[in-house]
Design a binder for this molecule. Structure first.
Ligand code: 13P
Ligand code: SF4
Length: 327
């Protein structure tokens, strides 16, 4: 079917959906018919996590994308995750339900600006967080995720000069814990950057026995008072691997769905954020754009498709392969 003007404008397929359809069953049927799989990040809405064939953090999604033998991969996350899947599986069709699913980190680092910095510091290695565009990955020596960043950077010679981007908080955390002095890009995640130390201390007063679980995209002062700092997967693992019963979860609240599934009797307290006097649960506005309706339509009409220029893809692939080798 021809891509309609309206889809291009909106960034997703907005065709009406048949009445009385059970969307979860219909999506499963389409997947079977088209040999498609659905991969979802832990920050997806509960409904989306429930229909996914694979749920994981950004490292796991990249690894699954490389190894699947499906013909179509539907990536329910944000654009850079769809691009990572396409970079690793160029022969497959990679769909994402809504092209508006950006990322404040990826958006903060434009390839032309990174190129300028690279030219200014030609003897520096460029290490980029996976939350970057394909064009930025193409300028990168080694890609990392929050799961493997410390491990990979610890393996480099101590005197290696490094530009790290785009997350200044994750970069600062690695500088401190690994004992390196990387030049940091000035980017941050719109979700994690908003958490306030005062708010967390307030919650700790209310729940004195709760362990504070924090993603390294949070500010330094929050990391300093946390019991555990780790990637989405590391935080989930911690919630399972010990006997503590209460956790203050200082990251996107979608992760609590998996934590509760694995620990039905434990208590997980999400961080709330204050916005114009309204308490709001902390959700990534990009991740949460994906809905069952958009997933159904993208599978049915094969749109939006991720496409990457081959020259860029090949260069970007090198940085991800390097990461998979070292992690
Ligand atoms: P993970 O690498 O922990 O999945 O994090 C991805 C992300 O976007 C965090 O905000
Ligand atoms: Fe990007 Fe932050 Fe959303 Fe993760 S939570 S996708 S880093 S904006």
């Amino acid at each position: 079917m021809k891509v309609k003007e309206n889809w291009l404008k909106k960034g997703f397929v907005d065709e009406p959906i048949e009445n009385n359809i059970d969307l979860k069953i219909a999506i499963k049927n389409l997947c079977k018919e088209k040999n498609a799989i659905i991969m979802a990040h832990y920050y997806q809405n509960k409904d989306v996590q429930e229909i996914a064939d694979y749920i994981g953090d950004s490292l796991a999604l990249a690894q699954w994308a490389k190894n699947t033998d499906a013909d179509i991969i539907v990536v329910c996350g944000v654009n850079f995750m769809g691009e990572t899947a396409k970079i690793l599986s160029p022969e497959k069709t990679v769909l994402i339900p809504d092209l508006n699913a950006g990322c404040s980190l990826a958006d903060s680092c434009k390839a032309e600006d990174l190129l300028k910095l690279k030219n200014q510091f030609p003897n520096h290695k460029v290490i980029s967080y996976v939350n970057t565009t394909a064009e930025v990955k193409a300028l990168t020596d080694i890609c990392v995720t929050s799961t493997n960043a410390k491990k990979i950077i610890s393996q480099l010679p101590k005197n290696e000069k490094i530009i790290f981007g785009p997350d200044k908080n994750l970069g600062g955390y690695i500088n401190k814990t690994v004992g390196v002095d990387m030049k940091l890009w000035d980017g941050a995640c719109h979700v994690h950057e908003q958490f306030q130390l005062s708010e967390i201390l307030e919650m700790k007063k209310k729940y004195p026995n709760a362990k504070i679980l924090t993603h390294p995209e949070c500010k330094d002062e929050i990391i300093a008072i946390s019991d555990v700092v780790g990637s989405t997967q590391a935080l989930i693992n911690y919630s399972v691997e010990n006997d503590y019963n209460e956790f203050i979860v200082v990251t996107e609240s979608g992760v609590i769905h998996e934590m509760k599934r694995l620990n039905p009797t434990k208590i997980f307290i999400p961080i709330q954020i204050q916005e114009d006097g309204i308490k709001k649960c902390n959700e990534c506005k990009y991740m949460r754009l994906n809905t069952l309706e958009k997933i159904y339509n993208c599978l049915k009409y094969n749109y939006p498709i991720i496409e990457i220029e081959e020259e860029i893809r090949k260069k970007a692939e090198k940085s991800i392969i390097e990461m998979l080798k070292l992690s």
